[in-house]
Write a protein that binds this ligand. Structure first.
Ligand code: DX5
Ligand code: ZN
Length: 228
């Protein structure tokens, strides 16, 4: 995987052609499939579950699948996503009654584990569990919907999270999610992110005349990252 990983959020893909959409973004040079799971309880929207993750694996997707759980409770669904081929499973600490237990559960199921921080959620949730973390996901919008605007305070929070990762000496990915576009990705990378979720930014850039439909938009994102 490149140092900088692009993780298109399939929330903005054409769900009637989901396998093909994933094939296309990966062929255009994206690294990770970001898979948003919403339950109409923890967040006010309803999306997709383990069946769809399993279907993508059966379709032939071999890239990492980054399952972002916006559900409560968390633990019941972890094993199902592990079975369905999830690579990363991340969850919101407020949605789990026993954060340490959930992290251990994800690891015991053979997946990489991460915590997700809403814009107003403090990073102090990392204090006693950093040794169990493979990914820190900072939300730069309030979760629930694609196509919202990037909340600028996420930049300072990224810097803070980067310091925590460096001090830990661990190999932890720092992912940002929400409102990531070609015109702000360089600033986001400069603040410390190495993994970039983008839903409307990437799928909204579909170009029918590109060989893989997303070649131009991914090239634009990569060029911005090269300047970061
Ligand atoms: C929001 C989701 C995001 C969303 C990002 O709750 O977690 O992954 O799809 O969409 P954009 O990139 O359009 O803000
Ligand atoms: Zn997400």
């Amino acid at each position: 995987m490149a140092d900088y990983a692009l993780a298109p959020s399939i929330l903005s893909a054409d769900f009637a052609k989901l396998g093909e959409e994933c094939d296309n973004v990966l062929a255009s040079g994206c690294d990770i499939i970001h898979f948003d799971v919403m339950d109409n309880h923890y967040v006010p929207n309803l999306t997709i579950g383990p069946l769809v993750c399993d279907a993508l694996r059966k379709h032939g997707i071999t890239a990492p699948i980054d399952v972002h759980l916006m559900v409560s409770p968390v633990d019941r669904i972890v094993g199902d996503f592990a079975q369905a081929g999830a690579t990363y499973i991340t969850f919101h600490p407020e949605a789990s009654d026993h954060i340490d237990r959930t992290l251990q559960l994800i690891e015991s199921e053979g997946c990489k584990a991460g915590l997700v921080f809403n814009p107003a959620t403090p990073l102090s949730y990392l204090d006693y569990v950093i040794d169990k973390i493979d990914m820190i996901l900072l939300m730069s919008v309030n979760p629930g919907f694609g196509g919202q605007s990037f909340i600028p305070s996420a930049l300072d929070k990224l810097k803070e999270a980067r310091k925590i990762i460096d001090a830990s000496g661990r190999d932890i990915r720092l992912e940002i999610d929400g409102g990531v576009k070609a015109d702000n990705i360089a600033a986001i990378a400069a603040a410390g992110a190495d993994t970039f979720v983008s839903g409307s930014g990437i799928f909204g850039g579909r170009n029918e005349s590109d060989a893989n439909k997303y070649d131009s938009i991914v090239k634009t994102f990569r060029a911005e990252l090269a300047n970061a």
